[in-house]
Design a protein around this ligand. Sequence first.
Ligand code: SF4
Length: 342
Amino acid sequence: MDKLYGKTLSELKEIVADGGEKPFKAQQLAQWLYEKNVSSLEEMTNLSKGFREKLAVSHEIGRVPPIRESVSQDETRKYLFQTERKNYIESAWIPDRERSTLCLSTQGGCKWGCKFCMTGTMGFKEQLSAGEILNQYGSLPFRERVTNFVFMGMGEPLDNMDSLMKTLEIMTSDWGYALSPRRITVSTVGILPGLERFLAESECHLAYSLHNPFSGERAALMPVEKTYPLHDVIALFKKNRDLFKGQRRLTFEYTLIEGENDSRRHAEELVRLLNGLRTRVNLISYNSGTDLPWHGVSRKAAEDFRDFLNSKGLTATIRNSRGGDIEAACGLLSARTASEDQ
Ligand code: SF4
C-alpha cells in the first residue's frame, strides 16, 4: 500500500490524474491530509465516493501513532515510533511557557559517528521518508500546540535531502501545513552539498553544529570534519552572508564539554572565526548522563564563556538542557530503550 501522507502537491496531482480526476482534486486531497489531518479516506467528503474507493485499493493515509510516550519531570515528552522497516526513531516535544518546540528525527541512526552523540553510537540504519518525518508531527494529538520545529533529533538532516526538502515543502506551503519557515530550524554538522541546496531552496533557519573551532580538535570529536572541514563551511556562510541579513537566522551550536572545548583559547578562536557573520552562538552544557566519558561544565563556566563572547561583540546565549531524565535531551535520542526491549 502506498502512503498518501508525506506526498507533495505535485505527487498528489499524479495520483489524481491516474484516477481520472480533475487536477484541483489534488488540492482538496492535500487539504484533508494536512490542514484537516484526517485519519481515513472516508472523511474526505468532497472527493467522489468512486474516487475514494479507487484510491483505497492502492493507497492508505499512512499516519501512525507513536508506540510509546515518556514524560519528563520538566514536562518534556519523548515519542517512540516504529518505522515500516521495523526500526525505531524518536522525537521530543519541549514545552516552554508560550513556546513549544518539537524536535524531529530525519534518519534511523546516523553514519557520522560524532563521539558525544548517542545516535552516532548506533550507526546508520535507514533514511526516513518525508511521510515518516512529518508523521512525528502529524500523529501527535496536541500538534496544534507546537509553535516551533527543530530538525535536531536522530540523524543528519542534510544527508537525507530529498525527504527533508519535501517535508519542508509540505510544512510551509499554503496547501500543506502553512507554517512560517521562521518557525523551523534545520541543524547540520555541515554536509556541504546539502548545505548549498538548502541555502538556495529553503527559507528556514539554519543551525550549524560546530562544537570546536579548531579543525584538528573538531575532527577528533566529529569525524565529519575530515570530509567537510569547518573552514569550508564557514567560507560558504560568509559567501552567502546576505541570506542572513533579514529575519532568517544562522546559529552556531556549541556544546560545552569540560576540558575539551571550554577554554579561553577556544572562545578567542570562535570570535576570530565568526567575525563578519551576523550570527549567534547557542551554548549548551554537555549532558553527562550517558555511558560516554565526557562531562558538562558548571553554570558559572558556561556564563563566563558566554560573557567573553558577548564582550567581543559575538552574541551568545545559554540554552538549558531539557528532558535529561527521559534521555530526550540534546544528543541523547537513540531509541535505545526500544531496542533493549526487543
Ligand atoms: S550529532 Fe548529528 S551528525 Fe553527529 S552522530 Fe549525532 S545525529 Fe549524527
